[in-house]
Design a protein. Structure first.
Length: 597
């Protein structure tokens, strides 16, 4: 199927440039620039000639968004790669007054299989050619989802010509496809409520960065914001009636994301981190809900943070309610995958459950590992009932923690967040597929200090970073400090020391942002542009064809991309003084630019 995009009054500019001012982010797998000079772009019209209504609609909408952004922004690259002095000024209008004999007059898009759904493993590859002599911009994609990525790339490389028009700086050939099928971020709406418009803003940043999975951590012990068909009383535990998501809200987020090539995977954390909402259905479902959460003796903790609450694993009604909640959400969320949590079970919580304590008394040989196995044996069949295409995702704790279950099915995807390469090695050696979210590299909420009040460890007349055992080993009151910079994220080689067989179990990576100290005001600046560094890491990697780190090379591109995100309405944080943006590599740590190449 072909879509013809007709451009009028196009021509090749007479002036040439010695190098392009910006390359797209994430870096394509292969990009080759020509040297024959700029190509003008103007008066674009769009028409479709083939394909079904649905396919045409997705692509027409995507192209109109991309072209609208191109024409409205008139983007001028903010950060160039070579010193600015080496570039001539933008070409004047003289080269635009006469159309070249061979000029681009259309964009031709060929999609091999337009019917493929947006699910895990979909082909997202594309090729893109911009040449004046061919008479058109040519894009080929196997699926419409690859075509959306091609539009995003073209959106970045069509820039202002300095005279009110547009150009591509040089002819260019791109062959592109992601290294990993899972490239994501996690939004937590349980600790603080995030409004739908702000969630959509994150999706905009994801689409520009070619991130394709929004992991939506919907609830937590602190709040239940989702309206449930079966149990409408659960939203009594939302922070307020306004801070809730209707079924229509959730479907709007899914539709918005899908139209931008982003999957939405919901998470309801079970059986840990479970109090709000559940207790409105039946208080007996929730163990330790009214206990004090902390204690000087860690073994007595009922939760890792306020407020406490875990689903009672032995109480029979628990599974009835879990099934109904899970089915309600499965009717809303269209992705084949569903995240069911299973992290950070606190044994101390179950000292408050008569069901669990009696179960242990029945057989004194039983352990908390047996209790976790009871959950797996009774809950996983419920999760599988959603359909033959359902894939379950869980946090690694269910398989690796001290209280882990004995036998967790190998087809459950493990999200690895602790102990970095050690846990990745362990899980892949055991045959699990893994999504990497190592907190030492990818947790975006780290390094902000602790959120707990009344903490006497701050009451020292010296830097608390130097104190012993400050907040369980973290610095500055944050257990996972320090702050994860974009370089920390980008330099993470998470397949280090894996065998080829193990490496095949790595599905990709995801940067979580837990929201204890995040809301609408700060969410975008916490995600961006750091998440874009992850976007490149999992799209095309952090090394060049010779195997050398390209962190230095990324510097100017991510500075430019930060400006581009802001121009597109994504409120990304500044990374360096503007002087550094305008003076390439003047702010690098080493004078020797090959220190990290």
């Amino acid at each position: 199927m072909k879509f013809s995009m007709v451009l009028g009054a196009l021509g090749t500019l007479a002036a040439t440039v010695s190098a392009v001012k910006v390359n797209p982010l994430p870096a394509p797998r292969k990009i080759t620039w020509g040297s024959s000079g700029p190509i003008a772009v103007s008066e674009l019209s769009f028409r479709t000639t083939e394909g079904n209504d649905h396919t045409r609609g997705v692509l027409i909408d995507a192209w109109q968004r991309a072209w609208g952004t191109i024409t409205n922004l008139q983007w001028v690259p903010a950060a160039t790669e070579a010193p600015i002095a080496t570039y001539p000024p933008f070409p004047t209008g003289a080269g635009l007054t006469k159309r070249a004999a061979k000029s681009i007059q259309s964009v031709q898009l060929t999609v091999a299989d337009p019917k493929v759904d947006l699910q895990h493993g979909v082909d997202e590859s594309y090729t893109l050619d911009v040449t004046a002599t061919a008479g058109s911009i040519k894009i080929h994609a196997h699926t419409i989802w690859g075509a959306l990525h091609a539009f995003t790339t073209l959106q970045q490389i069509v820039i202002s010509d300095g005279k009110g028009g547009l150009m591509v700086e040089q002819p260019v050939h791109i062959e592109d496809a992601p290294l990993y099928p899972y490239r994501g971020i996690m939004v937590d709406t349980g600790r603080n409520f995030i409004t739908v418009p702000k969630i959509l803003e994150q999706i905009d940043g994801m689409a520009l960065s070619k991130l394709n999975v929004l992991h939506w951590h919907l609830d937590d012990a602190q709040s239940w914001p989702m309206h449930m068909k079966t149990y409408p009383q659960m939203t009594k535990d939302a922070f307020s009636p306004r801070e809730t998501y209707t079924a229509a809200d959730m479907r709007d987020v899914i539709a918005y994301a899908r139209s931008r090539g982003v999957r939405v995977i919901p998470e309801v954390d079970m059986p840990g981190h479970s109090a709000s909402g559940w207790q409105q259905v039946d208080p007996e479902i929730v163990a330790c809900a009214n206990s004090w959460w902390s204690n000087d003796v860690y073994e007595y903790h009922t939760s890792v943070e306020p407020n406490p609450g875990q689903l009672d694993i032995i109480y029979n009604k628990t599974y009835e309610v879990v099934r109904n909640v899970y089915n309600d959400l499965s009717d809303i969320f269209t992705d084949n995958w569903f995240h069911t949590g299973a992290d950070e079970l606190q044994p101390g919580c179950y000292n408050f459950s008569t069901h669990v304590t009696e179960w242990f008394l029945e057989d004194p040989s039983r352990t908390y590992n047996d209790l976790a196995q009871y959950w797996v044996d009774h809950a996983v069949p419920i999760f599988r009932d959603a359909g033959e295409n359902r894939r379950i995702m869980m946090w690694e704790d269910i398989a690796l923690s001290t209280e882990a279950a004995h036998d967790v099915p190998k087809d459950i995807v493990m999200q690895s967040w602790n102990n970095g390469l050690t846990n990745i090695q362990n899980l892949t050696a055991r045959g699990y597929d893994v999504v990497v979210s190592s907190s030492d590299f990818l947790y975006l909420d780290c390094g902000r200090g602790g959120f707990l009040g009344n903490d006497p460890r701050y009451d020292v007349m010296s830097n608390p970073d130097a104190s012993v055992n400050f907040n369980y080993g973290g610095n500055g009151g944050s257990w996972c400090a320090p702050y994860k910079t974009w370089q920390r994220i980008y330099d993470y080689d998470f397949t280090t020391n894996l065998t080829d067989t193990q490496a095949k179990h790595i599905l990709g990576a995801e940067a979580p942002l837990w929201s204890e100290q995040v809301d609408d005001v700060t969410i975008s600046s916490e995600f961006w542009p750091r998440a874009a560094a992850l976007g490149e890491l999992v799209w095309s990697g952090n090394r060049d064809s010779a195997g050398r780190k390209r962190t230095t090379e990324l510097t100017q591109r991510i500075l430019n991309f930060r400006e581009y995100l802001v121009a597109n309405g994504v409120m990304a944080s500044a990374l360096q003084p503007k002087y550094c943006l305008q003076h390439p590599h003047a702010c690098d740590f080493y004078y020797n630019q090959t220190a990290i190449v």
